[in-house]
Structure formats: structure tokens, C-alpha cells
Design a protein around this ligand. Structure first.
Ligand code: SF4
Length: 242
């Protein structure tokens, strides 16, 4: 279960399962579909289905077994900052992360308000990267909230991109991932929206990763104007200073 096809990470780690929808980007949630599949197969961890947010303390030790330096996406099947995940459990997840500096942990949330609420209670080490999802203009405020938290590397997952984002303030943002929607009823992503984000990343000196076009415009293609853009931040434990 730890290996993944998500190409900006190496592994997934799911100490929480289950979620509820937060905004338009959640409409065709992959985690919801995959949870159903695992539940139908009788996998114990997913037996309560997607709508029940459940913490799994038995998973907190898994990263201690992973000795190779790798990137780990935290909660691909949920949202760590969901209101039903107690702060005490979030702190335990952070403890595992800062005790395993051989790994980079990539957390992604749509609950940027809760992230900021919890932020003063969390210990951010260099190997914990924090991102927010931004699928359309209505949720751009998440970027401002992310900027205020104390994570040392901050990123945006602009996937699925379902509308023009317009002007972006990328101050304090290190990395931007863009992708289309991969789902049976995928919503289209326009090339001009992607090019506009790429331009702004270039102008504001932010790393740009183009993931793929998604279900429309040529399923799975990673090419943007005939080229791949796959920038990923380099991790060195001392890079950002302690
Ligand atoms: S926040 Fe993420 S996991 Fe939760 S419903 Fe939305 S897309 Fe799915």
C-alpha cells in the first residue's frame, strides 16, 4: 500500500482514512473511489467507508521502517487537517515525521484554516513540506493562509485545475504542481490557464511541475507545448537552516 503512481512523491502514508468534501475540487475525489474499492475487497483499514474519518495509531510507526531517503505523501486517502482529526493525533503524526529526517513528508490540505489554527502547536522540521490544493479562483485564499504557517517549504497542488486562477501571489511559495482531473467525468483544463500559471512561476522564481492533462485533452499526457516540466525541490536537511 505504501507504493504509489503519484509522480511527485515516492510513497504514500495514510495514518488517517476517510474524509468529507470541502470544495469544488473534491467533486470526483480519487480517495473516495479508491476507498470504495478497498472496502469492497474487505480491507480492514477501509471497512468503515469514506465518510468516516478514522485515525490509525498502528500506522504511526511505519516510517521508522523506511531507511532509504524518499518522499512520502501524507494522507493520500484523507486530509490531515480535517476537523475530525484531533490535534493530539496530528501532533503524533508530526512527531513521527520529525523523528524520521531521512524522509521528506509532503502534506496537502484543503483545510488551510485548520492548518493555521494548529500551526502554533506543531514542530516544523526541514523535512516536512506543507501544501494546499487550489483548484479555482474561489479557493485562492488558501495560499495566503499557507504563507502564514511555519512550514519551511511550501507548495501548491493545482490539481484538478478547473478554472482560470488569474493573478497569483507566490511570495513564500517554493513549488507549484499543476494537473488536470483524472476521473470518469473529468472536467476540462484549458491550456491557457496552465501557461498562465507557468508564466507566473517563472516570473516569481517558483519551481513548476506539470503533472498531466487528465481525462480530457489527451489522457495522461505530461507534455505542455511539447515539453515536460518536472521540477521538484531538492531536500537537504540543512537547506533552510534550523
Ligand atoms: S479533501 Fe481531498 S480526500 Fe477529502 S474529499 Fe476532498 S479531494 Fe477527497
Amino acid at each position: 500500500m505504501a507504493n504509489t503512481l503519484i509522480d511527485w512523491t515516492d510513497k504514500v502514508w495514510n495514518p488517517v482514512t476517510g474524509c468529507t468534501k470541502a470544495s469544488a475540487g473534491c467533486k470526483n475525489c480519487y480517495a473516495e473511489r479508491f476507498t470504495k474499492e478497498l472496502q469492497d475487497k474487505g480491507i480492514e483499514k477501509y471497512k468503515d467507508g469514506f465518510k468516516v474519518v478514522k485515525c490509525h495509531p498502528d500506522c504511526l510507526n511505519d516510517p521508522y521502517k523506511w531507511k532509504k531517503p524518499e518522499k512520502v505523501f501524507v494522507n493520500s486517502m484523507s486530509d490531515l487537517f480535517h476537523k475530525d482529526v484531533p490535534l493530539e493525533f496530528i501532533k503524533r503524526v508530526f512527531q513521527t515525521m520529525y523523528n524520521n529526517e531521512q524522509l521528506v513528508f509532503q502534506i496537502l490540505t484543503k483545510r488551510a484554516e485548520r492548518l493555521l489554527e494548529c500551526d502554533p502547536q506543531l514542530k516544523w522540521t526541514n523535512n516536512i513540506w506543507m501544501g494546499v490544493s487550489v483548484e479555482n479562483e474561489a479557493v485562492k485564499y488558501r495560499i495566503d493562509l499557507l504563507r502564514e504557517c511555519h512550514a519551511r517549504l511550501k507548495f501548491l497542488s493545482i490539481e484538478p485545475l478547473i478554472g482560470n486562477l488569474g493573478e497569483l501571489n507566490l511570495k513564500g511559495i517554493d513549488w507549484v504542481i499543476v494537473g488536470g482531473e483524472n476521473a470518469p467525468e473529468a472536467r476540462p483544463m484549458k491550456e491557457e490557464w496552465v501557461l498562465d500559471i507557468q508564466r507566473q512561476c517563472k516570473e516569481q522564481n517558483v519551481l513548476f511541475f506539470f503533472k498531466q492533462w487528465g481525462g480530457c485533452n489527451g489522457h495522461g499526457s505530461r507534455l505542455l507545448k511539447g515539453k515536460e516540466y518536472r521540477a521538484i525541490p531538492e531536500y537537504r536537511p540543512d537547506f533552510f537552516g534550523v
